[in-house]
Ligand binder design. Sequence first.
Ligand SMILES: Cc1cc2nc3c(=O)[nH]c(=O)nc-3n(C[C@H](O)[C@H](O)[C@H](O)COP(=O)(O)O)c2cc1C
Length: 331
Amino acid sequence: MPKIGDIQLPDFPLLLAPMEDVSDPPFRALCKEQGADVVYTEFISSEGLIRDAAKSVMKLDIYEKERPVGIQIFGANLDSMLQSVEIVEKSRPDIIDINFGCPVKKVVSKGAGAGILKDIDLMVSLTKAMVEHTKLPVTVKTRLGWDESSIKIVEVAERLQDVGCQAIAIHGRTRAQMYKGNANWEPIAKVKNNQRMHIPVFGNGDVDSPEAAVKMRDEYGLDGAMIGRASIGYPWFFKEVKHFFETGTHADPPTMVERVEAARRHLQMSIDWKGEKLGVFETRRHYTNYFKGVPNFKPYRMKMVTSDESEDVFAAFDEVLEIFGDFQFAT
Ligand SMILES: Cc1cc2nc3c(=O)[nH]c(=O)nc-3n(C[C@H](O)[C@H](O)[C@H](O)COP(=O)(O)O)c2cc1C
């Protein structure tokens, strides 16, 4: 069974992917309750942490109940990355993860995120220096390569392992693909099949059904699945995948009562954590998925996503329960 450093994981663990503005403490806590084995923070700028930018520092908050948790940082400057390791350590995460996969221009143009895929030597030396600078396990999340013609992920993964990286999560797309096309898990399987690899190799990209997770495990032989978009507004995804692994059947979907309860807790935790205004605002993105498939739901969704006061959002939840309480969701 895979281990990240000393952290023992179950067979084929399910990891909650780092997602900007999504993977915050309340959402991570809900995913953890529903079976996520490891959760990650969204990416945090090393430069922001050093400047003590309030927004970056807030992203370091973790709840005890979500462990094991990885804090993900990004940057391309060695000094900044090492200084931010020291800052991150104060939050006592279980893992420090390095983002070498973010494809967005503002990150890539500074040579960070997936930008580093153009300079593999720097990617390896940064990882090495970070490993040497902390006692925490350091993991890497990356993509297949910069573009189709530069996929060297087998060699890259081996080099990262050799400098002490403790696990690697690979999104089966290149930077050039951004989010287009289908994720290709073949090159990830090649990384896993490299006889020299002994650290866990986690697959990422398009695990959007229990069947896809089984495929990643059984046909591609990977050590675990990192799950992003399928969990947004649907933390039950982890439990449903595990149910499918155990029984070969689909779990019943969460009832309306369970969905409203989750939405309510999500909002309350967000308010407790970030305050009324930001809590109300930032939980909005999750509601569409919480209530996906409910007919004639638009007026209620609109109330949830346009109300500025939590009181009104909570009232909309009550109304939904009253009107749609018996609604049967499709499996
Ligand atoms: C809204 C959003 C935000 C993301 N933010 C991050 C991030 O902060 N760090 C990171 O490594 N990847 C980030 N990603 C990429 C995901 O972690 C993941 O690699 C990608 O979505 C593919 O997995 P999926 O098909 O399961 O969603 C983000 C993806 C989405 C959709």
